[in-house]
Design a protein around this ligand. Structure first.
Ligand code: HEC
Length: 251
């Protein structure tokens, strides 16, 4: 079974779940805590972080340069730099920007096909955009306002506040996650503490952890409404296509 949070290269259990890479081409800032304004900055961090991949650009450049397949592609695509920090980062971010969620049954419904989703999905969407207040933060086609909020989580992780401990306004602030393809990435939230969407919805209904920065407004919800909201969230899953694994250059 998948752990709640990610595991780094040295086997160290990290304190956050690996965030989705879907739709990053339109999503700013980056990371659960929104601590990075560009995808370039964000990409450098896991590569060089001791806990995550623990490498250096010196090591990376030397390893990639030894592999003919990479060396020749880098020289063709980046004739001025070849294999270098800037070209490595550019290649990775360009790849990440191609990871885009596909059409879901929810999209077909919005585009006019009334039969694309069942009645529970329609009721769930009404709750999501109405009484449950989800769309206050999860707004627009990508279901995120791209902003930082305190969503009342119980964890001791202070989000952006971990990067700026001297600034109390950043404490417990996290970036609103996209909900596209959400059904494919349990466990949920920054520390993977919810295995089921229904439990996370009940947490929201209870209003989360009381503290001044918490922006959640509690609301009442029945079991049927919880399952309607889950049905709606599941309707944001793209039609799955077979993706073949590319053959990467080897030494
Ligand atoms: C005050 C803003 C706000 C509101 C209102 C809000 N959310 Fe969130 N949501 C967030 C933030 C910020 C995160 C990312 C931080 C985290 O999950 O720990 C998030 C994360 C999530 C996740 C987990 C995403 C993942 O990739 O694991 C789900 C699912 C979710 N929200 C669903 C909902 C639903 C359903 C509602 C309405 C009942 C709702 N949210 C209301 C701000 C909000």
């Amino acid at each position: 079974m998948q752990g709640k949070t990610a595991i780094g290269v040295r086997g160290l259990v990290l304190n956050r779940h690996a965030p989705t890479l879907v739709n990053l081409a339109w999503s700013k800032p980056f990371g659960w805590d929104g601590g990075y304004n560009t995808l370039e900055e964000q990409t450098i961090r896991p590569l060089t972080s001791k806990q995550e991949m623990d490498t250096t650009f010196e090591m990376l450049i030397s390893r990639l340069s030894k592999i003919e397949g990479y060396r020749s592609w880098f020289n063709r695509l980046f004739p001025e730099e070849g294999v270098a920090q800037t070209s490595i980062v550019r290649a990775i971010v360009t790849f990440q920007r191609t990871i885009v969620s596909g059409t879901s049954s929810f999209d077909r419904w919005v585009n006019g096909d009334d039969a694309a989703v069942s009645a529970d999905v329609k009721r769930g969407f009404e709750l999501f955009s109405g009484r449950a207040g989800c769309s206050g933060c999860h707004s627009g086609w990508n279901f995120t306002d791209g902003a930082l909020h305190d969503p009342g989580r119980a964890s001791t992780d202070k989000g952006l506040g971990e990067l700026f401990p001297e600034n109390p306004a950043t404490a417990y602030k996290f970036k609103t996650s996209t909900l596209r393809n959400i059904s494919l990435r349990a466990p949920y939230t920054h520390n993977g503490s919810y295995a089921h969407l229904g439990d996370l919805i009940k947490f929201y209904a209870n209003g989360g952890k009381p503290r001044e920065s918490n922006e959640l407004v509690p609301f009442s919800i029945t079991e049927l409404e919880v399952s309607d909201l889950v049905a709606f969230l599941n309707s944001l899953t793209e039609d799955l296509n077979e993706v073949s694994v590319p053959r990467l250059p080897v030494e």
